[in-house]
Ligand binder design. Sequence first.
Ligand code: P1T
Length: 387
Amino acid sequence: MTNDAAETESWGFSTKAIHVGQDPEVTTGAVTVPVFQTSTFAQEAVGKHSGYEYARTGNPTRTALQTALAALEGAAFGVSFASGLAAEDAILRMLEPGDHVVMGNDAYGGTFRLISKVFGKAGITWSAHDLTDIASFEAGWPEKTKMVWVETPTNPLLTVVDIAAVAAVVSKHPEAHLVVDNTFATPYQQQPLSHGADIVVHSTTKYIGGHSDVVGGFVATNDADVHDHLTFIQNSVGAVPGPWDCYLTLRGVKTLGVRMDRHNDNAERVVELLSSHPKVTSVLWPGLASHPGHDAAMRQMTGFGGMVSFLCGSRDSALRVAEATELFTLAESLGAVESLIEHPGAMTHLSAAGSPLEVPEDLIRLSIGIEDASDLLADLTQALEQA
Ligand code: P1T
């Protein structure tokens, strides 16, 4: 059985997740894409080979993952990397000294560190803007902007940026690319290319892998020049995922849809609890009608996701709650089957301290897993007693 492109195009999300790029293996009929644990591939004659020469350049397990993820983002091209930051690094290497990156005023601390500290040294300038204020973003367009970097929803404040509105501004500047980090939403509930983004990036470490057992990154695009750049960097720099990592990620991909439905449902239950809790001063989740980005989320997302952040009055209260949960594990990362809790100011976003991306000190971020909601609620209830 070989699936042709026209047939797969019409498939639903989970059918694509399970089948695209994942035909039974031709020599044995193995139903699951094998882990091609090899660094090189035999050639029949010089330059005559199966399409694979050397595993940094290409590996069939990686091809399967790239093909499946590209289909899920509705993209012509997909390129995998060893981590989300390696994927971001590959994108940012499109820039030249003197170029400028506009980013949102809330983003993963590691992304901020990469742009400001690593690419800053290479002569790339950056500025942080409130990308929910489209008029001021448009009016304040910095000269030499070559890239606009959007996270939506953002990490960790869950701000929703209207992708189509930002794309409308960026498209007036043909020299600039719009990059959307789709890690929090996942392609199951948001497909940025369809809203005008040029490039989509993921930390596949998160929901796509889904089991806290692998680190990875992925980039999707419909732009052949961008794709050429990415494959050139993938091969030239070599920050590639190994075959086992690709296999584990692909195994996670198959259940992305069902996991996201459960993450969404559990998050809704947690948000209900937090919203009426006396120790909680504010709950941040795009599914709340009172969330400033709720309307934009309704337009561009089909679910609100499993990430929930909240404020609880003081840094000390936040630290006490983060250390008091028993079922929620105190840990960085997110998007897996088990629930996690963290204090962004002291953990994931420490590198943004003192910058325009600094986060509130009484902020707690939850990654709601797929356990039974009643157990999650009981754990949070007992932990909040320490607030
Ligand atoms: O960790 P890595 O796979 O390199 O991905 C980086 C990254 C990129 N984009 C977003 C939105 C992210 O959240 C991350 C990683 N974030 C965490 C590790 C965290 O706990 O927030």
